[in-house]
Design a protein around this ligand. Sequence first.
Ligand SMILES: *Cc1c(COP(=O)(O)O)cnc(C)c1O
Length: 355
Amino acid sequence: MNSTDIQLDIEKVETSRIDQVDFSNLQFGKQYADHMMYCDYIDGEWQTPKIVPYGPMEFEPSAKVFHYGQAVFEGMKAFKDDDGQIWLFRPEQNFERINKSSKRMAIPEFPKEHFFASLQALLKLDQDWVKKGQGNSLYIRPFVIATENGVSASESDRYRFMIIGCPAQAYYNKPIKVIFAQDYSRAADGGVGFAKAAGNYGAQFYPTKLAKEKGLDQIIWTDASSHEYLEEAGTMNIFFRIGDKLLTAPTNDRILDGVTRKSIIQLAKDNDVEVIVDKVSVKYIVEAARKGELKEIFGAGTAATVVRVEGFEYDGEYFDLPAIDKPYGTFFKSSLQDIQYNRVEDPHGWTVKAF
Ligand SMILES: *Cc1c(COP(=O)(O)O)cnc(C)c1O
């Protein structure tokens, strides 16, 4: 990354908290690296980004984010290779996407130089928080919230952009059971499903809680109007393998355009695996499962990379997906990780040195 021209205000921690962290036993999202970045939008301008010790911040109860949910976020990871070099995976994609999300939520776009200069400085300061080794990473969470005080229902005139980082090990390591949505919806036509808007998550917790009470882990959301087409998992995009072909839904205004999804589509092409990007009908998948042609379902997202689905429920019936030999999911996960940890050639130029 080349962002040396931007001025940042940096206040370093006096003593690192790193010795208090058991890196062999991390709970995702419970521990945060020493520093964080914040940058305020005031009077129509993004101010100088500040890097400060991670810690609580003060907001008035009337800050608009608490009332109208004007908030977007990103999720990305930094990886350390065996030589100690830190890499980011397709960070431009995350940068572009947070601004796409912001635009939809009437949040001003964040300058590219501010973003990359801050990220670079943060990773330099907190480089020891990125651990070597398979499955280890620093999960990076950029986000923006509306900070104007006042409960009038209109877009805010102040915002705060922040970046925090938490050390992560393999996120979900066990296969999951899912249910195909028949009642609730995650996103509607013309809505904000394509954006990483905070409210998309808030709205899926209740239906997901109901699914968990039935012993299922996650919901595969279907299109809101007919519930006939499978769209995504709500934190991950989703792939289906029928015979030797991969099938995934095209992105639209209800589906998040995942970096992991598009990388897997590219890797599939590189490896002569046929990928069909087309509407995935529930009927087709259920029939394929009955006929034994449905070989795999897997989710794809930054947090978990790839997660195997071991079975799904639809219309009160549970379908088991028996483990198979040489699953695509495992292949794509290790291919992606090999690139992310700089263990193989990176023909598409996806990895970027953090500093
Ligand atoms: C973040 C996210 C994904 C996965 O996107 P990646 O860029 O691969 O991490 C998928 N669906 C939703 C709704 C998401 O928020």
